[in-house]
Design a protein around this ligand. Structure first.
Ligand code: PEP
Ligand code: MN
Length: 337
């Protein structure tokens, strides 16, 4: 339920109303725009008497929210959320490119890729240290050593880092990580999501291989409900009957998510395409459809990559993509981070 307040009401009256709602066991999310303040109430609102609320003199309107997600919904929070991290702003008119290998493999690889993607204009460095692989016999990531190599590359280049967590027990190792990624396979690991709701780092939440947009927003809700408001959504392709591509990039998810939610959206064309030749057109489509950024797999020697080499751009290919994206972002009126 949302309670829309009248313009220019006194802060003391607002605080009193928030206290009254909290005393009734509602969690209150306050969204303050330039003119309007909205109080989003989470809890059992079924028995709330709307007519009675409308008699409060600072209340302009009261509406029930039909969506099952509340804190993630645009009705609760009409302004776009901007996630501030590493001196950068993700969302609301900016365009952020995260680039790096699928997996952290070696010191030399991370140093080479980090320096190169930075020179090409990437804002964040990615690389998986803990890898969720379909086969237990595939490379599982360098784990703690992977985090150390990523952190070293961050120190050398100044690029903030993004890496995937697979269990809440790994959180102590993520101290120097700037954005914690929840991979597609863990989108509904509710215990992990709950823990991330209590941490103070931005979370990049990837959509599951076979999850609906509503389910993605419900997973975001778990993190927001815990008090962590820094959630970035990521569409990375979903499974369909199509076999020509690894996954179907759901471009429609961008306008739907923008309409339904205030959270920034990053598109990962690499895991959708499964090849390199489709990365550029999918990136252009994402930018044109209103995405807030891209996450792209880049490797210094894709043929030798231990994971996802077929979809990894080499360094000159990434440089060419960034040249194109820079022009197109400027055309779209987006500030490249
Ligand atoms: C990744 O980003 O390396 C990854 C494993 O992606 P996803 O969870 O989308 O498959
Ligand atoms: Mn990958």
């Amino acid at each position: 339920m949302i309670v829309i307040l009248k313009n220019n009401v006194e802060q003391a009256q607002v605080q009193q109303l928030v206290k009254d709602f909290e005393a009734q066991n509602f969690a209150v999310h306050m969204s303050q725009g330039t003119n309007t303040t909205i109080l989003g109430l989470v809890g059992d609102t079924a028995h709330v008497d709307l007519e009675k609320l409308l008699t409060i003199d600072i209340v302009r309107d009261v509406r029930r929210i039909s969506e099952p997600y509340k804190a993630a919904s645009r009705s609760f929070h009409p302004q776009d959320t901007i996630v501030q991290v590493g001196g950068l702003r993700i969302g609301a008119g900016t365009f952020t490119v995260i680039a790096g290998p699928c997996s952290v493999e070696s010191k030399e690889q991370m140093e080479t890729v980090a320096a190169s993607v930075k020179a090409s204009g990437a804002a964040f460095l990615r690389g998986g240290a803990f890898k969720p692989r379909t086969s237990p016999y595939s490379f599982q990531g360098l784990e703690d050593e992977g985090i150390r190599l990523l952190t070293a590359a961050k120190k050398a280049t100044g690029l903030p880092i993004v890496t995937e967590i697979m269990s809440e027990t790994q959180l102590p190792e993520f101290e120097d990580v700037d954005i914690i990624q929840v991979g597609a396979r863990n989108m509904q690991n509710f215990r992990l999501l709950k823990e991330l709701g209590h941490c103070n780092k931005p979370i990049l939440l990837k959509r599951g291989l076979a999850n609906t947009i509503e389910e993605l927003l419900m997973s975001a809700e778990y993190i927001l409900a815990g008090g962590n408001e820094q959630v970035i959504l990521c569409e990375r392709g979903i499974r369909t009957f199509e076999t020509c591509i690894r996954n179907n990039l759901d471009i429609s998810a961008i306008p739907v998510l923008k309409r339904q939610s205030h959270l920034p959206i990053i598109i990962d064309p690499s895991h959708a395409a499964g090849n390199t030749w489709m990365i550029e057109p999918l990136s252009r489509a994402a930018l044109a459809a209103g995405a807030d950024g891209l996450m792209i797999e880049v490797h210094n020697n894709p043929k030798a990559a231990l994971c996802d080499g077929a979809q990894s751009l080499d360094l000159p290919q990434f440089e060419a993509l960034m040249q194109d994206i820079k022009k197109r972002a400027a055309f779209e009126g987006k500030e490249l981070q």
